[in-house]
Each structure stands twice: as structure tokens, then as C-alpha cells.
Design a protein around this ligand. Sequence first.
Ligand SMILES: *[C@@H]1O[C@H](CO)[C@@H](O)[C@H](O)[C@H]1NC(C)=O
Length: 516
Amino acid sequence: MRLITLEHAGYVLGLMVALRPSYIHPDEHFQSLEMLTHMFYSAKGFIPWEFNQDNAARSYVPLLVYYGPLYYICKNIFHVVNPTILLYLVRAQNYLIFLLTVRAAIPYLIPNNSKSQRRAWLLILSSYVTWSFQSHSFSNSIETLILLGVLVTFSIQMRERENASLKITLIQSSLIVLGVFNRMTFPAFIFFPSLLVFWRYYLRKKLQFCTFIVWGAFLTAVFIKIDTEIFQSPHYVFAPLNNLLYNMSVSNLAEHGLHKRYTHLLINLPQLAGPAIIYLFPTSPRQATEYIQCLPWLTTLSALGLLSLFPHQELRFLIPVLPCICMLMSHHSSRMIFRAWVIFNVAMGIMLGLLHQAGIISTITNGQFYKQSDVGVHIWWKTYSPPTWMYMNKDLTATTTNFINDIERVDDIDFSNCNNQVIDLKGADIELANFTIHKYLENPDLNAVSLFFPKSVQSKVSLILDNENLTHSVIFHTFQHLDLDHFDTDDLSTFIPGFYQVNISYNDQEEAKSVM
Ligand SMILES: *[C@@H]1O[C@H](CO)[C@@H](O)[C@H](O)[C@H]1NC(C)=O
């Protein structure tokens, strides 16, 4: 009885969090929905570096396989043009497909132990990673699904030995190729488990192994061909290789942030799994020998070990191992740890799943920008990059700051054009923000600019607005926006959550122009 209640609470919480406007990381938009919306709806917006024809470092194939049907149905059958609806359909789909995949995988990965199977299911249902990361459109969320699929094929081959069919090998080969095209680090997750499968299975099934290789090579060629077409590139596009080469260069990685080698182990893993991490360490020699043959444990170890070699280490890179960690935890039944698990996940769920940078999507939803043929000038300051796909605008120009000699500038902005402009000022300083606002307002064709900013920088915005030539009005405000990037202990107001859209204009157009 009690278990049933817990399970239902998991579903409700999960769906509730999945359908909130929280925004965990720019990649959840820019590695997926941004490009899909450009493709299906001919919308314009930021093109992330990976999708630049010169870099061509991310494949379209996994995106089309996974989101293509939903986008196609929304666009061509239901004629959905409201990006908020599209966003929540994507999140609901992701949540649902994840649960179905987990449900199907558990009996293979925890064989013959219905109690642990049940417990693993509840743990995964009650993890904030399921509610937030898995429902959001990260490439890492797709990676989790592919990983579970591959692990199931491994488990079938190890268990059935002689009788595992060729079909399993073909599915496995397809999933691995798709996994590599989805994220080039995918092999890190399956490296250790695949050694085990190779020794136990493929060494005796050489013909199947050849089939695996040939079919994988064939699919790779097909994917390369598809990407080459979509990128309209003059030479073949092997996206995972381009991505790998890019990531091998430390100077490239430095642009994305360099981390200590132990970040995954000491910072990211605890944030991902909370109290569950204590179950990653075998406590007796007997358990150690069990673990060595246990697919979920080998997978976790493999991912942690190999991904830690890269100097760029983000929390979301590890999310595919969360179901594996829950499966390890499911063999234990400490009440205390379970209570800590619930508290940890509710707290993280509220922070990342409900509040994190949520004002950005609320503002876009509220403003219904997709209905406007001209949104004018939108300046975003000290927020995560605005998901420009949510403007659903075929004439949008999206611009951001550039750096020359480490000095941030706005050289790329064409101030003479004030139709459908989205400017991402990122973390620019107050002088640059002030300059951008005034420079636009000097344009006689423009009445007002919209400024979007978190409450945490309100005191800086007040300095800009405290100018006798300027007048402003608050268009939108929400308290639901947690900004973890601009805390300042000298200014406690930076800790208050919230997000604003204000319109700024010159007091008296004519007079102001003559003063300039
Ligand atoms: C912003 O720029 C205007 C016009 O250049 C200037 O008059 C004003 O002092 C500046 N404000 C701040 C806070 O720098």
C-alpha cells in the first residue's frame, strides 16, 4: 500500500517538475530545439558553434530520430506554432519515454530479484534527475536512453550466451553508432562493460562480431551522408570526429571552462546522486567480485574514470549513470539513507527543476513574442542565453558580444537596424549595457527597447535607469527565477529571486535627441 502511494507521488512530482519553465543549462536549447526549430519552422536565432558549417561538430541524426516525429506532427498535422506548447510536449515526451525505457530495462539489469527491481524503479522515479534533466532536451538525456538500450543487449548476450540472436547484435550495433553520433563521449559509458561482453560472448561468436562491425560501419556511412547533406558541406561531415578534434584542444576547452580532474568525482557525482554514492564502493571482497560482473557498476565506473580524463567536466555529462546508481542502491534498504535521498531530491528538484533561471521562459511565454511580426529590440542582460527558437520568428537577428584583447565589445550589433533584434549581452559590465541601450535609443526609428534581467542585478539596472532622459515601465515580473551566478555578499538584494522585463525609452524624444 505504502509503496503504491510513493510511486504515485513520484509520477505527480515528476510530471509537475517536467512541465515547469525551469532552464538548467543553455545546451538543453542550443544542442537540440534551437536547430530543430530552424529546420522545421524556418525560424532564425543563434546558431551554436557546433552547428556552424565550419565546425560541423554535432550530428543532426539523433535529433531527427528522436524529436523528428514530434516536430513533424506538431508542425504538419496540428499546426502548433506556440513554442511554449512545443517545449512542454517535448518535455512530456522525454519524461514518458525515459520512464518506459527504464521500466523495460530494469528486469534485464537486475535479474531474478523482484524486490530490488521494485526498489530501483521507485528510486529512479523519485530522483530529481528524472524530473528535471531527463525531461529537458539535453543530448545527455538521449544518451541515457541509448545507454540503457545497449546495456540490455549486453545483458541478453551474457545471459543467453549461445542463443542470443543476431537481431540483438544488430540492435546493439545500431544503438552504439547512434550513441556516438549523439555524443562522441558515449564509448566512455560502455567501455568497461563491453570488455566483459567481448570476453564472454564475442570471442566465441566471431561471425556475429564481424556483423556488428560491418553493420556499424554501414550505419556510420549513412549518418555521415545525411549530415553532409544537411550541413550542405563541400566535404564529408563526420560530426563526432570533428567534435573530438575540437575537444582535444585545451585552448578550445578553455573557452567553455576548464575544471580540475576530480570535479566529476568530488563535486558532480555527489550533486547528482546525493546519499546514493555510498553504495558505489564495495564493502567486502565478496561484494567486490560481484560488482566486477555487474553491468550497472561497470558502467558507472567506466563513465567516471574515462570522462574524468577530459578537463571540461559538467554535472550533466554524468546523468546517464543515474539509473545505474539507483540500481546499485536498490540492493540495500537503509531507511535513514532513503530519507536522506528523498530530502536531497526534493531540495534539488525545487532548485534546478522549478526555479533555476525560470524567468526566461516565463517571460517569453507571457510576451507571446511568436505572435509579433516585429518584436523590436530585446536586450538580455546577465541571464542564460535566451532560447531564440522560442521567438519562432523568421526575420530574427540574434547577436551577442565579442571580445578583442579580452575586452568585451558589441561590434557585431547593427544599431541602425531595430526590427526583430535579440541581443544577448551575457555577463557584460554596466558600461557596455548602458552604452547598448543608449545607442539603440538614439535611433529615430525606435521608441523603446526591452531589457530583460534577473532581480539579482536590479541595483545595477537602477543605476542605468537613474537618468533624467530615460523613462521606463515594468512589462513583466516574476519571483520564480533563481540566478546562482550573481550573488554578491556586499549587496544582499542579489539573493532575492526574480526576473524582469522593462521597456526603456527617452523621456522626450525630440529633446533627448538634441541633447545628444
Ligand atoms: C549611460 O550613458 C549615458 C549616455 O552616454 C550617460 O549620460 C550616463 O551617465 C550613463 N550611465 C551610466 C550609469 O553609466
